[in-house]
Design a protein around this ligand. Structure first.
Ligand SMILES: Cc1cc2nc3c(=O)[nH]c(=O)nc-3n(C[C@H](O)[C@H](O)[C@H](O)COP(=O)(O)OP(=O)(O)OC[C@H]3O[C@@H](n4cnc5c(N)ncnc54)[C@H](O)[C@@H]3O)c2cc1C
Length: 395
């Protein structure tokens, strides 16, 4: 059996290892446009702030691929899929045939329409190395700018905070995570960041960079902001262009059923790029967290060798932003919630949102209320009524 995996992040590499374990005679190939063996994106901030050495962020050694007899085509890009003749064409011109195909291409960062030395993005190890160089060059003269109001903006907040770099942050919309947070949660977050000394601007659309060769600032419709470093975190989205006209159905991601199989039999997907049907949450959704990607990598390999087990993990994403604890569990998109119950308040310093659909709890967001997490997670798994969960957490 020939298994071809496009994308060598945690989902693809976990799947490759699991496929080898399940099928010792299989031919397994990973194609990835990055050059590094698997590393942890979650540890990248800790590498940058010096808490973890660079070598320790690698989760696989280069030798692992050969030891596992996995062909590892790094630095190459899948550019076309032919489902009729079952092959993928690479940028290098090579065509690779498969019996079963796994698409784990993750997400790409969205970029602003301007560039200058001092501007950075934060997705890859190469991005982190670039930032490390900028921190080194600028030292105490650095002024940190952040454009964005999501997870990556939070990573920049922690990094600049760690180095005691003054921070100005501008984001679109009323508050962080407009598609997820209720206004009181957004207010709590803004209050916390302001108390930590962050100069915060909402409803601020990016206009331009300021500087000659090197960055000195950036402008938004909220004003002119001083910054020698600008971290851009305006979201991520998958590059699905190479699948256009392939016959594989795409939407926000690559569409799949609860077995992580696409509409084309024998083609599977997993990780950040997968828009899969979640049997407990009852809809097709795309998630972007490590726990989900790694678990899907393991689960999809089993389904590729012939098992048929639905993927129904209720995953979560937890982080701390300059001292504020944040946890997202399950399905937290406002647009897909019938009702969002808010427990706690800005004055209390802690808020939990309970997301309800068809009377059931489907997701939760906890700000400084970590102990609510297990109740929400169990509630989602057991399809508990949202009002019962709200009563438990309010008691
Ligand atoms: C800085 C940072 C911090 C994070 N912190 C956390 C955290 O604390 N907790 C958490 O849960 N999650 C965190 N995440 C998110 C988490 O890392 C991701 O959800 C996870 O890495 C996704 O894994 P994946 O394998 O699906 O995709 P990826 O890791 O994105 O891997 C996909 C790979 O495929 C490659 N690729 C794409 N298209 C092609 C193509 N056409 N041909 C060949 N190769 C291609 C990509 O370049 C990439 O290398 C963080 C992410 C970042 C960037």
């Amino acid at each position: 059996m020939r298994y071809l995996i496009i994308g060598g992040g945690v989902a693809g590499t976990t799947a490759a290892g699991e496929l080898r374990r399940l099928d010792s005679s299989a031919e397994i190939t990973i194609v990835c446009d990055e050059h590094h063996p698997l590393y942890s994106r979650v540890l990248l901030p800790l590498y940058l702030n010096g808490k973890v050495e660079r070598e320790r962020i690698f989760l696989k050694k280069e030798s692992w691929y050969a030891d596992q007899e996995i062909e590892w085509l790094r630095g190459d890009v899948a550019v076309r899929l032919n489902v009729k003749n079952k092959f993928v064409e690479l940028l290098s011109g090579r065509e690779i045939e498969y019996d079963k195909l796994l698409l784990t291409t993750g997400s790409e960062v969205r970029v602003i329409d301007a560039d200058m030395r001092g501007v950075s993005y934060f997705r890859t190890l190469d991005d982190a190395d670039h930032m490390s160089q900028l921190f080194l060059e600028q030292g105490e003269d650095a002024h940190g700018g952040i454009y964005g109001g999501g997870f990556i903006a939070c990573e920049y907040l922690n990094l600049f905070g760690h180095f005691n770099i003054p921070i100005v942050l501008a984001h679109r919309g009323e508050h962080f995570w407009n598609g997820t947070l209720e206004s009181s949660s957004g207010e709590l977050m803004a209050k916390h960041l302001t108390e930590q000394g962050v100069e915060l601007y909402s409803n601020a659309d990016f206009k331009d960079l300021v500087g000659d060769k090197e960055l000195t600032g950036f402008t938004t419709n909220a004003g002119d902001h001083k910054a020698t470093l600008l971290g851009v975190g305006i979201g991520v989205g998958p590059d699905l262009s190479w699948l256009k006209d392939s016959g594989v159905e795409t939407g926000a991601g690559i569409k799949a059923d609860e077995y992580l199989e696409t509409n084309v039999p024998g083609i599977f997907t997993a990780g950040d790029v997968a828009e899969f049907y979640h049997p407990i949450l009852g809809r097709q959704l795309k998630l972007g967290n490590w726990m989900n990607s790694m678990s899907q990598g393991r689960a999809v390999a089993k389904n590729m060798v012939g098992d048929k087990a639905p993927f129904d993990l209720v995953s979560s994403y937890a982080m701390n932003v300059l001292g504020l604890d944040l946890i997202f569990v399950g399905d937290v998109e406002k647009a897909h919630s019938d009702q969002i119950h808010v427990i706690g308040s800005v004055e209390d310093g802690g808020i939990t949102q309970v997301h309800e659909r068809d009377g059931k709890v489907v997701g939760g967001v906890c700000l400084n209320r970590n102990t609510d997490r297990p109740t929400i997670t169990t509630g989602i798994k057991e399809k508990a009524s949202a009002s019962d969960i709200v009563n438990t957490l309010s008691g």
